[in-house]
Design a protein around this ligand. Sequence first.
Ligand SMILES: [Mn+2]
Length: 465
Amino acid sequence: MGFIEDISAAAEIIRNTHAVTLISHIDADGITSEAIAAQAVARLGIPVTPVFVRQLEPLTMRHVPDDDTLKVFTDLGAGQQNLMEEAGMKADDVLILDHHINQPAPNGTIYPQVNAQFYGPEYAKCSAAGVAYMLARKLDPDNADLAELAVVGNVGDMMARETCGLTGIARWIAEDGAQTGRVRIAKGINCYGLSTRPLHLCLANSDDPILPGLSGDPKAAADLLMRLGIYQKSSDQRVWESLEAEEAKILASVIAEQMIANGESTERLFAELYFFPHETELSPLRNASEYATMLNACGRWAKPKIGEAVCFGDRGTQYREAEHMLRHHRTIIRELCEHILSTGVADAGHLQWIHTRDTYPDTIVGIGAGMALSKLDPSKPIMVLCYVSDEPDLVKISMRTYEKVLRRGVDLQAALVAAAAEFDGAGGGHNIAAGAYIPKGCEDDFIRRVNELIAGQFATGAPHR
Ligand SMILES: [Mn+2]
């Protein structure tokens, strides 16, 4: 069926139920899709109970209550219909809102599902929060005030990353939010921290794209800003969002000139950005990517309900707790990054790697890997291996690289999916950032195999992209 039919059917299922249990994932997309669906359902006067899980697997299925509520799965479920069937759930008891690969239930139960992967390219780059939003909008056009949460979920799930902006239905949702004034769509530099970080740090921290002479060098970035009259002194703290249009334009064109002079493409210098003008200035809730980080921080440190409260509009006690989570998150990631740099990585030839064992939680090693890479050899992908807290037999693999390396043919997802399968593990992710789980003990062979696969990708070179 088409998207409209599936969304209409989902809306009917919600309207005809007396109580909902919402089962969702703990990352930014999971928390926002839950918050959208929960508010849309609650506004109909139907009681909702949230259940957040790190992953839907046999062990976490027991958190899903065995009662007569409708089980709505957001940002998960498409790939776990076998577990629903095993738990004895009937098609009438379930609604799946997802964007992950669909794996039908083995005994043929057809669970109602709206999955962004079903409807062609216009929908393909839409996260679960986008799907939940379309359902909310179908239930009541007044739910358009939830558009910002869908934008946060989409951006948090990297739907804007490859194309430097949202596309298709996800872009339509941002525009829908712009109509009510809750979302401001802007063009600007493709850096992180535009609402909260002093601009020189924002530029110095940029690693995709690499800004020649600025990335990794806060002092040079502050000097440039003083030269342009954007900073009065090197200790200024202005953020990008506070720049006048003319200042932002001059800054972008100077950086673009430097990139061109260095033979770099400026293709990734500009991005479409999503701001929320009703939020307090200088707060991480002012733009989609920083908002998403705050929710990820809550989820990764096992407090998804704090993130949910922020999505519901709490700006008091729970919000302060979320700020605390965010600070904690940043501190641990910075420590991990320093640990990687001070310990040093091993060079396998076509990738560099480090095993952090149980020193840091597996939920953040990928982020730390990405940050450390900007201070390592950027031409080789980084692999970080670590143990998984509640899975003593597994090793988690996180890999990161840069757009520039992708253009030479590298695809981390392809490499990790293929290698993990050979070792009875499982891999997934994106070409630029991917992960895998493998059995403990085969790490050395695994590194060798991934290195071989990446060597092959470099040798074959880039396909037409
Ligand atoms: Mn998602």
